[in-house]
Design a protein around this ligand. Structure first.
Ligand code: UDP
Ligand code: MN
Length: 356
């Protein structure tokens, strides 16, 4: 069954069998690297008049990334389980996506409020070959501080396999789909002191499993912190103008080099730029594009921000991140948003501006 309740058994051998019957999908190394990006939003109209416009732009950003990298994408806006609302909506969806897409080795969940802010960055899948779930996080923070922010469940990469289906069953059983979400909320709160949300939440549920059922799950879970698989927006958006300028300067210099040595240059433009940035010693973390900028807590629909920042700060931050990403797309079309805060104004680039 595609819904929770009746566990799927022997998925690994069933999937292997399916791939045998569909040899075009099983060709070469592609099978280990096939990624389906899954995202979505609520089934009904957003209460805030700007919400659905933001959802459209947030979706466009993901579509652009998938188009550039040849990934498949699925957008869902129904509740596959009526009890699984809000952040719990992704669990029945991830399960169904695995069964519906046996050709995909990985399902990549990206919250709608997460912006892909490096359109060139590729997921380093080779690094994850011995793991089944990848989320952004830090092991020491998880085990020493048991903090709610020691990992983030809003962006996750999960392997299409039986282990993952078992994890999803367990994970969702702690939420509103399960028998006792109220009690799970209490258990999570007693374990995770800085948990703010009173009910059971999925991020706390994963932290709970990593602490209380460590031997069962931890060795197949990869906590990523070498790049921003998830990056918290508040620490990012103010730096985007500077990062944008830095890349533009490098682009200009690389372009000059490329013109001067046109025949000799065999490297791709992007690789050249990376090499050049390394040589110049400006490959520092705060100058690099963050891969993902996640607007957790912004809630453009409800407008609740726990009093930590204003609605305008969220709105401006989102415009910046979306235009920052869109500039990397528009560049090939010969246009740029000169002002990251002004979404509707673009200006043409010089005609012979290099394509990325
Ligand atoms: N979501 C969904 N369907 C819904 C509600 C939410 O698919 O009905 C997704 C949406 O992509 C959203 C994510 O679940 O970004 C997380 O939900 P929420 O925004 O409530 O949590 P936050 O990211 O703010 O922690
Ligand atoms: Mn989110």
């Amino acid at each position: 069954s595609y819904a929770f309740g009746e566990p799927v058994k022997d998925w690994d051998s069933k999937r292997r069998e399916w791939l045998k019957l569909h040899p075009s999908f099983a060709a070469g190394a592609a099978v280990d690297n096939r990624v389906l990006l899954v995202t979505g939003s609520q089934p009904t109209v957003c209460k805030n008049p700007v919400g659905d416009h933001l959802q459209l732009r947030l979706f466009k950003n993901k579509v652009d990334y998938c188009r550039i990298h040849g990934l498949d994408i699925f957008y869902n806006n129904v509740l596959l389980d009526p009890k699984g609302t809000g952040f719990w909506a992704k669990y029945p969806l991830l399960r169904a996506a695995m069964l519906a897409h046996p050709e995909s080795e990985w399902i990549w969940w990206v919250d709608s409020d997460a912006v892909l802010t490096d359109m060139e960055f590729k997921l380093p899948l080779e690094k994850y070959k011995d793991h089944n779930l990848v989320v952004h996080g830090w092991w020491n923070m998880l085990y020493e501080q048991k903090s709610w922010t020691s990992l983030n469940a809003g962006v996750l990469l999960i392997r299409n396999c039986q282990w993952s289906l078992n994890l999803l069953d367990k994970w969702a059983s702690m939420g509103p789909q399960g028998p006792d979400p109220k009690n799970w909320g209490k258990i999570q709160k007693s374990l995770i002191k800085d948990k703010a949300y009173p009910g059971s939440d999925d991020q706390s549920a994963l932290i709970y499993l990593l602490i209380k059922e460590k031997s069962k799950w931890a060795d197949k879970i990869y906590l990523e912190s070498e790049y921003n698989l998830h990056g918290y927006w508040l620490g990012i958006v103010d730096g985007l103008d500077g990062i944008s300028k830095g890349y533009m300067e490098i682009d200009r210099e690389v372009d000059l080099l490329r013109r001067r040595h046109a025949e000799k240059v065999s490297l791709f433009y992007g690789q050249m730029r990376e090499k050049y940035m390394r040589e110049k010693g400006i490959w520092r973390e705060n100058k690099r594009r963050p891969f993902v900028t996640h607007f957790t807590g912004c809630e453009p629909c409800s407008g609740e921000h726990n009093g930590m920042y204003t609605w305008e700060a969220c709105w401006n931050g989102m415009q910046k991140a979306l235009n920052f990403a869109d500039n990397q797309v528009l560049r090939r079309f010969g246009f740029v948003h000169p002002d990251l805060l002004n979404s509707s104004w673009v200006s043409p680039l010089p005609f012979d501006f290099p394509d990325a």
